[in-house]
Design a protein around this ligand. Structure first.
Ligand code: ATP
Ligand code: MG
Length: 334
């Protein structure tokens, strides 16, 4: 296994304060290794975007990080993002970690040419660069994401949705970040374009060596494109495994349900059954395992005790965790 670039430890995020607080992220532990694509999946409201905002300290109010650490590993050792100064944060956000937010392709400025938007990002971080070098870099970034350089002069409305998305990815790569966080960047696009863009991102990752956190509710996309997958439910990680392991042998009944909610492009056909019921209301979380009211295998214990996330007994080696009473775990195993 490659070494860690980002380590989230015991992260808790609330919306609101005091008795009215909603616990949107609960005790999340997650490690992103160098050069890997880590997929994060879960139904709407499971906390995926909150996690992305929390780890980059971009949480909009009333969001507050209540506890935990987000260790970013630099050449000089780990730095806790949650304790960075404003100046350190500015550098971290673009130069070390780039984020493409949910619905980002609509966040390009409609009245500015693509060239201006790309060169602005480069100038903001390297004010001493020349206009010519910024333009050359903008051209290079567009070609990286498969767009002809003559598109530099276009306005966003002159580009297709897929192209706008590629521009956003090019912009995210402008400063050669070590980590790219993509929150559901492609859902507004059709399935074929989504796959093309993801394939390209994975190729770029191999060439440029960055790591990716890719967030989506479409688990079939993740199975195809990510190295590892973490599944979220009700603000917690409930399972983590390599994509192949998760696809072949999901352990958590929720992962199983999610896999059966989306058609897979390759591999044996599964019957699409979905998951009965709806995601939990954070204001009235079920006791014990928050999935138990929807779980076909729920036992008495599930409604009482929160299962610990740990390495399952029947798994040899690291890299696989589950939080489910059906699967006995070593809770000190990671
Ligand atoms: P989606 O797939 O719909 O993008 P998500 O997994 O990204 O969902 P989040 O947006 O992180 O989910 O939301 C997690 C929970 O936090 C949800 O239950 C949501 O209602 C709650 N939440 C999000 N933003 C706020 C807010 N500003 N105030 C209060 N609660 C919020
Ligand atoms: Mg979201």
């Amino acid at each position: 296994m490659t070494d860690a670039v980002l380590e989230i430890r015991g992260l808790d995020v609330d919306y609101g304060l005091g008795d009215d607080a909603v616990h949107a992220i609960r005790d999340v532990n997650l490690t992103l290794h160098r050069g890997e694509v880590l997929g994060l999946a879960g139904e709407s409201g499971s906390g995926k975007s909150t996690l992305a905002y929390g780890l980059t300290r971009l949480l909009p109010p009333p969001g507050v990080v209540r506890g935990g650490e987000v260790l970013f590993h630099t050449d000089d050792g780990p730095v806790d993002v949650l304790r960075m100064t404003e100046a350190e944060l500015r550098r971290f956000r673009w130069a070390e970690t780039a984020i493409v937010f949910q619905g980002a392709m609509n966040s390009l400025n409609p009245v500015q040419r693509v060239s201006t938007q790309l060169t602005d990002v480069i100038r903001a971080h390297d004010p001493r660069s020349t206009g010519a070098s910024r333009l050359a870099r903008a051209r290079e970034l567009l070609s990286l994401v498969g767009i002809a350089a003559d598109r530099l002069d276009s306005y966003p409305h002159q580009l297709s949705g897929g192209m706008r998305q590629r521009v956003m990815i090019g912009m995210a790569l402008a400063l050669e970040p070590k980590v790219v966080v993509m929150d559901e960047p492609t859902t507004a696009l059709d399935v074929v374009v989504q796959r093309q863009i993801l394939r390209q991102l994975v190729e770029l990752r191999e060439r440029l060596g960055f790591s990716v956190v890719f967030i989506t509710h479409d688990l079939s996309l993740l199975v195809e494109f990510s190295d590892r997958i973490a599944i979220m439910y009700g603000g917690r990680i409930v399972e983590e495994a390599s994509s192949a392991q998760l696809y072949r042998e999901p352990k958590h009944p929720y992962s199983h349900g999610l896999l059966n909610s989306f058609p897979a492009l390759r591999g044996p056909k599964r019957e699409l059954t979905g998951i009965p019921g709806s995601p939990p209301d954070l204001r009235a979380m079920p006791s014990g395992c928050s999935f138990h009211p929807r779980c076909p295998h729920a036992m008495e214990r599930c409604g009482v005790e929160v299962p610990v996330l740990g390495v399952p007994h029947d798994h040899v080696g690291p890299g696989r965790t589950v939080a489910c009473w059906l699967h006995p775990v070593h809770d000190d195993g990671f």
